[in-house]
Design a protein around this ligand. Structure first.
Ligand code: SF4
Length: 371
């Protein structure tokens, strides 16, 4: 029995990985990579079958951030040539959500640059989320920087399902990639979001010059946090940022890291996130054996695979998109809207009923929906 087979059996028996075992997976020789991926796939398949959840990002406010995150092209110390704009309108956010639904994304993530959102920004985003939830059977995630508990509660009341806030790296390495806020600040935001009843999405970025031990520490910090979803970004070094020359990831290395996360987080949604196309290159399809979630239509300031190409890759590999499944009646109601015989209020109430088993209901009652 190989090392991976033994560890897989342990994980499938709900035994937890140790740090030493995790480190050994990161240090897998390249010639054993397929064995490692096969082992990770046994775990992935147990909990997610061959389904893939798609997610789409929307950069609702870009650039001009006062923070100094060294990986970020929108930071105060970046000279990267990116678009810079203030918060877009709720209508523009709604239009983005429609694109996400068309792309078969199960979740739409509204992201803004900056240390933390202004009250009026929370208000505008809340307005957009209410419109999105009225119209589309899509989950909404927000990534808005540092949040207080009252801010998180306002977002929850508007219908936001989930907050993204990444731990990014190990606590020990955090000061090497950001000096304007701390690892603890990030944990506080996540705890505030959880206290408000929001789901958590939290992951990290690898390839920023950290050691293997930092990656293991990040994975175990996330285990303590126990988020619903873990996006694992692979640094796509942007010129004009302090990390522009950190180009040390290989496709094999990324697959080993991703596999280690699958062993440590067997039941969590694990997303091959930003930098997927840049770093995995021709090995990209293999990540489906490990991760159960992907972004479509690019990232905040860098392009990525369009949705149709992602869907083709998933189909070619024998996997299937989990979102807007034809088994979900809400999908039919979305694309076959009511005719003149059915007032919108009736259709909306039926849509909410249809969605109930999928757990995507906003925290409001059908009485909130006026004819
Ligand atoms: S807080 Fe967000 S937008 Fe600002 S530099 Fe950091 S990652 Fe970039």
């Amino acid at each position: 029995m190989t090392h991976y087979t033994q560890l897989t059996d342990n994980v499938l028996r709900d035994e937890e990985m140790t740090r030493e075992e995790s480190l050994s997976l990161l240090q897998t020789p390249d010639e054993d990579l397929l064995g490692l991926i096969n082992a990770a796939y046994r775990i992935r398949h147990r909990h997610f079958g061959n389904t893939v959840t798609l997610q789409m990002l929307f950069n609702a406010k870009s650039g001009a951030c006062v923070e100094d995150c060294h990986y970020c092209s929108q930071s105060s110390i970046s000279t990267a040539p990116i678009d810079r704009y203030a918060l877009v309108t709720p209508d523009q956010m709604l239009a983005g959500a429609r694109q996400a639904a068309e792309a078969k994304a199960q979740r739409y993530c509204v992201v803004i640059s900056g240390r933390s959102p202004l009250d009026r920004e929370i208000e505008e985003i809340s307005k957009a989320v209410r419109q999105i939830k009225d119209e589309l059977p899509i989950q909404v995630c927000c990534s808005l920087g540092l949040l207080t508990e009252p801010q998180a509660k306002r977002l929850k009341a508007a219908g936001v399902d989930r907050i993204n806030h990444n731990l990014n790296t190990s606590e020990a390495y955090h000061a090497s990639i950001c000096t304007t806020h701390t690892f603890q600040d990030r944990l506080t935001t996540l705890n505030n979001a959880r206290a408000a009843g929001l789901e958590l999405c939290s992951g990290g970025i690898v390839g920023m010059g950290e050691q293997d031990e930092d990656i293991v520490d990040l994975a175990f910090s996330l285990k303590d946090l126990n988020p619903d979803s873990i996006p694992l970004n692979m640094l796509h070094p942007a010129s004009g940022t302090p990390l522009e020359n950190e180009n040390n990831l290989t496709p094999q290395r990324c697959l080993k890291i991703m596999s280690m996360f699958r062993f440590i987080h067997p039941k969590r949604e694990l997303r091959a996130a930003g930098g997927r196309e840049y770093n995995l290159r021709s090995l990209q399809p293999l990540v489906l054996y490990v991760a159960d979630s992907l972004f479509v239509n690019g990232y905040l300031t860098t392009p990525g695979q369009p949705a149709n190409e992602v869907q083709q890759m998933i189909q070619d590999m024998g996997f299937e998109v989990a979102v807007n499944s034809p088994a979900c009646p809400a999908y039919f109601r979305l694309f076959w809207p009511p005719n003149g015989d059915h007032p919108r209020s009736v259709w909306t109430k039926q849509l909410l009923t249809d969605l109930r088993p999928y757990g995507t209901l906003p925290s409001r009652t059908s009485a909130d929906y006026k004819p």
